[in-house]
Design a protein around this ligand. Structure first.
Ligand code: ZN
Ligand code: ZN
Length: 210
């Protein structure tokens, strides 16, 4: 397994491109902008699935482009359907490089389900709060969590955008910190990566929660 994390668009959304070198297959998570750079990262591999951690347009912004070209299934949780074409602020989609309308998912993510592509195995953790449908993708064998906007280095996802809920966010964070080992690498929805262990100690938002 090879993981390439590509910051895309002016909001630096971390798009994860996961490559299975044995079978030449690829999975893309959160293709928010810059479709050409995402395609470059998976050059020589066959795209099998597009997954979005949640429905905010900065994360789904190039699903349309990739789906039209590669005709592969798009996975997302059903509770975020109302967000995938909501610009939140007028004209925001143009500023951040989205190609809307985003198509509806072909498959819905469910807590505890598993997506398998070649030797890549992604476990779905349903962790709402930032949005009602946010899911993390966990590669247990490799100790990697793709967390979307649940958690950031030194911060947590905002809960004031459409559909956000602070109580749900707290429960989801508590769950992730209870279930995952400290050495888990966390790919956040934006900016730097971190680990569960680092955030457990240094993240001020988690102090009262864990
Ligand atoms: Zn978001
Ligand atoms: Zn985001």
């Amino acid at each position: 397994m090879m993981l390439k994390v590509i910051p895309v668009g002016i909001l630096s959304v971390n798009c994860s491109v996961i490559l299975d070198e044995e079978e030449g297959k690829a999975v893309v998570i959160d293709p928010g902008a810059d479709a050409e750079r995402i395609e470059e990262a998976m050059d020589g591999f066959e795209l099998q699935a597009i997954i979005c951690t949640h429905g905010h347009i900065d994360h789904v912004g190039q699903v349309k482009t990739l789906k039209e070209k590669y005709r592969v299934p798009f996975y997302m949780h059903r509770s975020d359907l109302f967000l995938i074409n909501d610009p939140i602020w007028p004209g925001f989609e143009k500023q951040i490089g989205c190609a809307l309308p985003c198509p509806e998912p072909d498959e819905f993510l469910e807590d505890g389900s598993e997506i398998k592509v070649g030797s890549i195995s992604l476990e779905v953790l349903y962790t709402p709060g930032h949005t009602p449908g946010l899911c993390c993708l966990y590669m247990k064998d490799h100790g990697v969590l793709i967390a979307g906007d649940l958690l950031f280095k030194g911060s947590v996802g905002r809960w004031d955008l459409p559909g956000g809920n602070l109580e749900d966010l707290k429960k989801s964070l508590a769950r992730v910190f209870k279930e995952l080992p400290d050495d888990t690498l966390v790919i956040c929805g934006h900016y730097e990566e971190t680990t569960i262990g680092h955030e457990r100690v240094f993240n001020p938002y988690l102090r009262s929660l864990l």
